[in-house]
Design a protein around this ligand. Structure first.
Ligand SMILES: Cc1cc2nc3c(=O)[nH]c(=O)nc-3n(C[C@H](O)[C@H](O)[C@H](O)COP(=O)(O)OP(=O)(O)OC[C@H]3O[C@@H](n4cnc5c(N)ncnc54)[C@H](O)[C@@H]3O)c2cc1C
Length: 609
């Protein structure tokens, strides 16, 4: 996790030199496989609330011209969500929460449990709970109980072994941490939508172009997409929808990534985790498991003394550092996770597993049972989604993971609520514009301001990837000596999350950087300074843009009508204005100008309704 580095640079540069919805008007309708030609054995789950016909309804009624004209449409909906992870369930529940949209989640593995042990800061999680409550979705204390199953009042770190920090020294952070109850969360987010157990089968090969041909086609009113049911022998289901939201995770096949901006390649967080039972019969202090307090979450143990005496392992661990993350779960149960924060190429899972058990042995922790294992693979950083595409990415698919920490769940749930508001509003219009809905949703996720903030964190990820274990210990020791509102804001990195307001402007990021750099050990501070300079000179100007007012904003995702960007827009607009003033007939205008004038009129009318 983490990072910051950027600041120095900033510092340096400052001081040195210086569509009309196809179903639009009628209530959502369809349900269940209806095409007589369909041999699908796909199961449908009626998670939809109120207004929609019961699953299995046999007649397909739709106001969609496309659907009416196409006998091959098996089902239709207002919004189709691909993927049933946290991003997919969150956006589906939110969109369906007003009872006006027919939302379908397509995922052949929908009934499988989510795997990750999501760890979150309690105050960040609270902002998520409050946001969902405003949509009428109770994530905590609702019918499925609490959304966290373990809570720690304090968080511990160990950075000893470098810079004269004793190995035993513990740094205690006065900030509560929680483990999300992934089962309860999924249940709380499984409402207001239908489920079809089928996967999409397309690959984007260009902006809005897909392979195999005919499996995914966009038009003015929406999208027709083929889904492969769980039963591989079944025929594909053809689905008609206004908007497709891709939440299939970090390595999406549908969301095209931006290749205009000079983004760096992603790094990878790799971790081997295990929920274990330990033998405490020899323990003299039952308030601890090894060095780890049972009442505290251990966020980082970056010590390497368990390799003492083995030169080759020590060298390896110094060069490709991993840390222990430990969540005591009550009694003699604990979740241990040996983690490589971020690396390119990725550290091997086997290496993490070996180091995990070596560390436990060193601490005298005897594991009697492994209850479950977790293999964590998180791409971090990398390109944002391309602009002007009709598929809306969300969650990992929209590169929403924090580029220097790997945290994602709170960002993803907050981002889903911003997108839900945009889509609910657009689809409530008599003549929704699908391109505008998608572009505005992307803009709600990745506003120019949020991109600038992310660019700052991306540099942090790059800096961390370069560090050996000594550099990381020095870095984090300085980081957590900052006031909570400064380090908390960096870790949040998403609008609306706790403390994020302290990082939302370039001035605040510079302030953070200046405060941070003076807390770092000299060699780490010097490395950061040089890294800022070299990153800015050799990679791109995104860091400078993030921490100064010098380079303006990155390009926006906002919706632009195509006509706006053809030819000399200013000249045409001037002509339109002058012609209107003189009451000239549109027919007298040059074609380009006439079209612009007509379009402008249309838009003005639609927007004013
Ligand atoms: C082991 C692990 C631990 C993690 N721990 C944390 C943590 O502690 N804190 C934190 O904030 N983040 C954590 N993360 C980050 C994590 O990536 C995200 O929080 C989250 O799981 C991503 O959500 P998502 O919904 O975008 O994607 P995913 O959870 O990856 O869900 C993708 C969904 O798409 C489905 N799918 C795939 N292909 C198709 C297809 N063709 N058609 C239809 N559906 C498809 C999949 O079955 C799945 O349901 C962890 C990640 C991992 C892997």
């Amino acid at each position: 996790m983490r990072i910051l580095v950027i600041i120095t640079c900033t510092f340096t540069s400052l001081f040195c030199c210086f569509s009309h919805a196809f179903l639009a008007t009628s209530p959502p309708l369809l349900v269940g496989p209806i095409s007589s030609t369909s041999t699908s054995s796909t199961r449908y789950y009626p998670f939809c609330s109120k207004n929609f016909p019961a699953i299995g309804t046999s007649s397909l009624k739709s106001s969609s011209n496309a659907a009416d004209n196409n006998n091959n449409i098996d089902d239709s909906c207002d919004v189709l969500i691909l993927g049933g992870g946290p991003a997919g369930c969150a956006i589906a529940s939110l969109l369906g929460s007003n009872g006006k949209l027919d939302v379908v989640v397509a995922n052949k593995d929908f009934d499988k449990d989510w795997v990750p042990n999501y760890g979150v800061w309690k105050d960040e999680w609270q902002t998520v709970l409050d946001e969902y409550k405003s949509f009428g979705i109770e994530l905590d204390g609702g019918e499925f109980g609490r959304s966290v199953d373990r809570e720690w009042d304090v968080t511990d770190c160990y950075f000893g072994g470098s810079f004269d920090i004793p190995t035993e020294k513990r740094m205690r952070l006065d900030r509560p941490y929680c483990r999300v109850d992934r089962f309860a969360l999924k249940k709380s987010l499984t409402k207001n939508f239908r489920v079809v157990e089928a996967n999409h089968m397309s690959n984007a090969i260009g902006i809005n172009v897909y392979s195999p041909a005919g499996t995914l086609i966009h038009d003015e009113d929406g999208t027709t997409i083929q889904l492969q049911p769980k039963d591989a022998d079944s025929s594909p289901i053809t689905m008609r929808t206004k908007i497709v939201i891709d939440t299939t995770g970090h390595e999406t096949k549908l969301v095209m990534k931006d290749n205009i901006e000079p983004y760096t390649q992603p790094g990878f967080q790799i971790a081997y985790g295990a929920s274990v039972v330990v033998d405490e019969t020899e323990s003299t202090n039952l308030s601890k498991i090894g060095p780890y307090e049972k009442d505290a979450m251990t966020l980082f143990d970056y010590r390497t003394d368990h390799f003492d005496g083995n030169e080759s392992e020590t060298i390896k661990a110094n060069k490709a550092p991993t840390f222990m993350y430990a969540m005591p779960l009550g009694g003699n149960r604990v979740f241990f996770e040996e983690t490589s924060l971020v690396a390119r190429p990725a550290v091997s899972f086997q290496e993490c597993k070996d180091r995990c058990f070596k560390r436990l042995k060193h601490h005298g922790i005897v594991v009697t049972k492994i209850e479950e294992e977790e293999f964590c693979y998180i791409p971090m950083g990398g390109a944002l989604p391309a602009r002007d595409q009709r598929i809306l990415g969300l969650g990992g698919a929209a590169t929403m993971v924090h580029p220097s920490t790997g945290y994602h769940i709170c960002r993803c749930l907050m981002g889903a609520s911003s997108v839900a508001k945009v889509i609910q509003e657009e689809l409530a219009l008599e003549q929704p514009n699908i391109d505008r809905a998608v572009a505005s949703s992307y803009d709600a996720l990745w506003s120019p301001g949020n991109i600038r903030q992310r660019n700052f964190a991306t540099f942090g990820g790059e800096f961390l990837m370069k560090q050996n274990v000594v550099g990381l210990r020095g870095f984090f020791d300085g980081f957590f000596k900052l006031p909570l509102e400064l380090w908390g804001g960096f870790l949040a990195g998403w609008p609306g999350l706790a403390y994020n307001e302290n990082h939302e402007s370039w001035e605040k990021r510079i302030w953070f950087g200046l405060n941070f750099i003076v807390k770092l050990p000299l060699p780490v501070a010097a490395d950061m300074f040089l890294s800022i300079v070299s990153y800015s000179l050799t990679e791109n100007f995104s860091l400078i843009q993030s921490v100064t007012p010098l380079l303006g904003d990155p390009p926006s995702y906002k919706y632009k009508r195509n006509m706006d960007s053809i030819g000399d827009v200013a000249a045409k607009e001037e002509a339109v204005g002058m012609i209107r003033q003189s009451n000239a007939d549109v027919a007298e205008m040059p074609t380009e100008v006439a079209i612009t004038a007509e379009k402008t009129k249309d838009v003005e009318i639609v927007e004013s309704t």
